[in-house]
Design a binder for this molecule. Structure first.
Ligand code: HEC
Length: 118
């Protein structure tokens, strides 16, 4: 009896790893990476979208500027990972707290969107 009591928590813990697939995990993180959602700026399907429109004045002329995020469904893993840890001044926040496992899950998810597009 005592053995069973010890085994139950171990079994439950081991099971949580399989509760959702890596793809679902990636989708969840893409939408909620413990920070600003990637989807908010890059779009539901990571295809990129317009996030701001503004005007600047140049020689007394109003010039419309459009800030659009790039499509991120077709980039290498190295580039993807590097961007999350970027140190440059950018509209995009840093996500340097994400673990390797989380990053590869998000990457897997956006790659799956790209495959579905074709
Ligand atoms: C506040 C808006 C915003 C959010 C939130 C955001 N991004 Fe970005 N992202 C941008 C913008 C703008 C660019 C393009 C300009 C630049 O590179 O700084 C970009 C560029 C990128 C690039 C580089 C693409 C290329 O071709 O060079 C990747 C990869 C990327 N984002 C992934 C993500 C992921 C993954 C998340 C969520 C964890 C995320 N972004 C969240 C705005 C955002």
């Amino acid at each position: 009896m005592r053995l069973i009591l010890i085994l139950i928590p171990i079994f439950l813990f081991a099971k949580t790893d399989w509760f959702i697939t890596k793809l679902e995990y990636g989708k969840m993180l893409y939408n909620n990476p413990r920070g600003i959602s990637c989807a908010k700026c890059h779009g539901e399907k990571a295809e990129g979208k317009i996030i701001a429109k503004y005007y600047i004045l140049k020689n007394k002329h109003k010039i419309l500027k459009i800030l659009k995020t790039p499509d991120i469904t077709n980039i290498s893993f190295e580039k993807f990972q590097k961007k999350l840890f970027h140190k440059n001044l950018s509209v995009m926040p840093k996500y340097d707290y994400l673990t390797n496992k989380e990053i590869s899950a998000i990457y897997l998810y956006i790659q799956s969107i790209s495959r579905n597009k074709k």
